[in-house]
Design a protein. Sequence first.
Length: 617
Amino acid sequence: MNRRLLAIILASSMTALTITGCGSQSDGSTGETSQTADSAATVAQDTVAAATDSTVNDHILYQPTFTASGTNANEYTAHMELYEKELTDYLKETNQLEKVEGYDTPITVKTVMYYTAAMQDSMAAFKDRYGETMEYNRWFDITKRYLNVDMKLEWSALTDDYDNTLRLDMSAGELPDIFIVRNQSDLISMAKNGLIWDLTDLIPEYATQHDTDALQSDNQAGLQMASYDGKVYGLPAMLSATDAVSYIWIRNDWMQKLGLKEPTTMDELQDVMKAFVTQDPDGNGMDDTWGIIPDKDLDYNIRGVFSSFDSYPYSWYLDGNSVVYGGTTETTKNALSYLHDCYEKGYIDPEFATLGNDEILEQVYNDKVGIIYGGHWFGHNAQSHHDLNPEADWKCIELPTGTGSAVRNIIFPQNGGWVVVNKNFEHPEIAFKMRSLVCNVPDASSEGDWWWFENSNAWNFSPIRNVVSSYDNLNTYLNLMEVYKNNEDTSLLRGKAITYWANLHGKDKYAWELMFGPGEGTPMSILNQDYQNGQLFWDAFHGSQSSTMQNMWSTIQDEQKRIYTDIIVGNINADDGFKQWLDTFNSLSGEQITKEVNDWYNEYGTLTFDLGSNGES
């Protein structure tokens, strides 16, 4: 808890010399704190005076309809009052305050929400601490206080049930006012039928800088996905797209023990695999270790193998002037040939075609594998392994190349749905203003960890979710490095970096330093290098599935993985097997689907929209 917040909490508690509150911790748990109010007299006077003001720095604030309760009621009120001031100061300093004007007369907005089991657990904790509920939480409260907008939750549903419940509302003509649409086809259907607002011209007028920066960060792919007839009908609730990047993790302790150098080519990687398989790196005197272990899906956990050969077998991307399906390219055949060679030499567990993620992690924890392809979050698994075996030391290295050129990674736009507005609702601009309250937290607030990350998911209780840059993880890492470089000046931390800094110095320090720590050998340092060197590129197709694709794509993917597996294990040679796969792809309407994908790209994939010029130049 920072000192400024503590002072406000103390000032808010005028009935006792001491208060006991609950501070937000890096793992979402809580801890008890206690302080005297002897030194807070001046702050108390300022706070009491501010509470009677109707404006803060030229922005009108409105009386809340919610009264906090529970063990941390005073803390809750302090968070609200501080953010009201900090947000107003920030928006005024950046010439954006007029975009978030409130309303003289209260306006009611009907909305709906989807939730997860984890969110239910968090809300139980928030209710105990602050009196919050799904029907009225901190985001509903700040919307009332800042905009004079009353949020009314019509219904909520578990994520798996949300889409169907929303479709029932659509069929009955009873859509809420402002809400999230999670299914792209549903959004396009609503747009075609005139049920939701065209938001195109409202973006430059009402979106604040953080929002427009995020919308631009994926080359407007999220907006293109929500487009119909050249207009935007939904605002993406964007997430970090770099989660799709595949890294290679290697047992550094085995490398040191066997005197091996880090591989830079796929041939050198095979040399490391051979050593891991034949030189008993775990020291148990048995021939029981593997080089790499794909899983039965042949996708994410060996994506980096394919990328090393400039292959992207489950993606659509631009090749010249046309969009191609990566599963059908010559480079993919080369990657499959490499995997077959590894299999034939005994570097791959022959049972891989039956293994899921849990079984592979079991191999990791039992010291049976020394090379893993996966996301940056493998650091958590490395921590679990390190806890079991303190000698186990993992390191992330650059992807070795199979072509002689620098390895590129493909990334995809990621979001939790699109914010849309019922065509019958008279104030579509409120959707933008609600987003401003959420998305400006990292720039405006000194307490982004409470607003966004308390219990790891506080932002999810906003019915319009949130929007962050597609490079959010990278931006967080760069913010952390800024702090390290400035003598660990934590006043420089913003948004998610506040929480991650605490994690870097908490009980899971090993994992967090592997992922977001300083120095070389972390996935974020490699991501930064790839970004700076132009080694990240975007997929080309993110349209909704045509009827042909809906009918055939599942079968195509099943056949693709079946034939790929046959090639790897040697049931058929790579040349004959890949020809068989191409014939199968085309016989299952692959050519027609490729044409439809290119038609979508030519109509929507190159669209750009005016996002406006916000704030200071």
